[in-house]
Design a protein around this ligand. Structure first.
Ligand code: 2RA
Length: 402
């Protein structure tokens, strides 16, 4: 099963290692960059000249574990690893004892789900944690101890000093190559910082006020099922069962409450947006205030943002800055009814921005509407892109040492 390759040489030969995170083409390259990596997993496709010449400098495709492989994000993560042809010499799907023994599909095969335990990571190079925060708190250090790099989707490690919080289009340069924990931001944060980073570069952020409209899938498979059951009951003219996942009935409703309430009246989701955005943008004192709202949409988190900058930004300048940000697509023609919607974002890996307009009262303030697929770019895709950046960094180090 293990396939030997020289990933960096192949990527450099295809001119795709560095530019992936530096060029606007990144969005369009998402699929193509992955396609290049198929060279690393299929011996048949390795050009003979690379395979033969690289003898002592070869690098093996990683052994990859996915903790939480049976959950919503874990399932999408496996699909995205397939779609982007991420090199995997061996897959070890893992889950809590309750789901261990079940099977998941990957690259046309069924793989048995193993129990995620501290002693399960021997020989693993890369572990995605797409499970509970408690599981990653307990097991991520053991995985690093065993020599793996961890990419964690939970909130457990995000704000720890020394743990990079990665949105690859913004800060891939913070990814170390030695075994360590890399944190993925919360789903609502990823879309927000993808829009804020280019505006900050263009005119320096002064303050941000955000209202999010968050899809049911932010609460996982149970959230989607609860919303569907409520919709079905309403369509049948029945009263939906009492809400279990959300604090109130979500169908035909909006709920201004995501995650636990904190002592000052804000919610944990609102605090995540504040502290994670500050860390990713490198702006530890940025005044950022959020109201996070759950809406009856299955996939796609939206955010209305009032962005104040030190220097007044003209609309065209803001559009150009956003359009130049890798992974961002400007959809902004309200007269033609073209603006980002969750339906347009769902199933894609892009962060969509539009409705860009000047505040009527202050020329240094812009309103920006932003939407992204919370399960893909907000979770699984961002994790896989982080892994791709880690792989490229590891290949560079390998080549430097060889
Ligand atoms: C939510 N952001 O939408 C959360 C999930 N991490 O509930």
């Amino acid at each position: 099963m293990s396939i030997i390759i020289s990933i960096e040489k192949l990527l450099i030969a295809k001119r795709r290692v560095e530019p992936a995170y530096r060029r606007k083409a990144y969005g369009e390259m998402n699929g193509r960059q992955g396609a290049d990596l198929t060279f690393s997993v299929s011996r048949r496709t390795i050009p003979r000249r690379f395979a033969a010449r690289r003898g002592p400098r070869i690098m093996q495709a990683p052994v990859v574990a996915v903790v939480g492989a049976t959950g919503l994000v874990g399932e999408i993560l496996l699909r995205i690893l397939e779609d982007r042809a991420f090199p995997v010499s061996e897959l070890r799907p893992m889950a809590s004892a309750r789901s261990a023994g079940s099977k998941v599909a990957f690259r046309g095969q069924e793989w048995q789900v193993l129990e995620a335990r501290a002693d399960a990571f021997a020989g693993v190079d890369l572990v995605f944690f797409a499970a509970t925060g408690a599981l990653s708190r307990e097991l991520a250090p053991a995985a690093v101890e065993a020599g793996a790099t961890v990419i964690d989707k939970s909130s457990t490690w995000r704000l720890r000093d020394g743990v990079p919080l990665i949105v690859p289009e913004i800060n891939a340069d913070q990814i170390p190559t030695e075994p360590s924990i890399l944190a993925c931001p919360n789903c609502s944060t990823i879309g927000v910082v993808q829009a804020l980073a280019p505006l900050h570069r263009a005119a320096t952020l002064k303050s941000v006020v955000i209202t999010t409209l968050q899809a049911a899938s932010g609460a996982g498979r149970d959230g989607v099922e609860e919303l569907r059951a409520q919709h079905a009951a309403l369509l049948a003219g029945e009263q939906p069962a009492l809400a279990q996942v959300f604090g109130a009935q979500l169908a035909d409703n909006v709920i201004p409450h995501c995650d636990a309430l904190e002592a000052d009246g804000y919610t944990r989701e609102e605090s995540k947006l504040l502290h994670e955005s500050r860390k990713i943008l490198g702006l530890p004192a940025l005044p950022l205030t959020a109201t996070c709202v759950r809406v009856p949409v299955e996939v796609g988190h939206s955010a209305s943002m009032l962005v104040e900058t030190e220097r007044a930004l003209e609309i065209e300048e803001a559009r150009a800055a956003l359009a130049a940000q890798p992974g961002v697509r400007v959809v902004d023609d309200t007269a033609a009814e073209r603006y980002p919607t969750p339906r347009e974002a769902a199933g894609t890996d892009e962060v969509l921005v539009g409705r860009i307009r000047k505040d009527r009262h202050d020329p240094r303030r812009l309103w920006v509407w932003q939407v992204a697929d919370n399960v893909r770019k907000g979770a699984a895709t961002n994790a896989v892109q982080t892994a791709e950046a880690w792989l490229a960094a590891r290949a560079r180090r390998h080549d430097g040492e060889a």
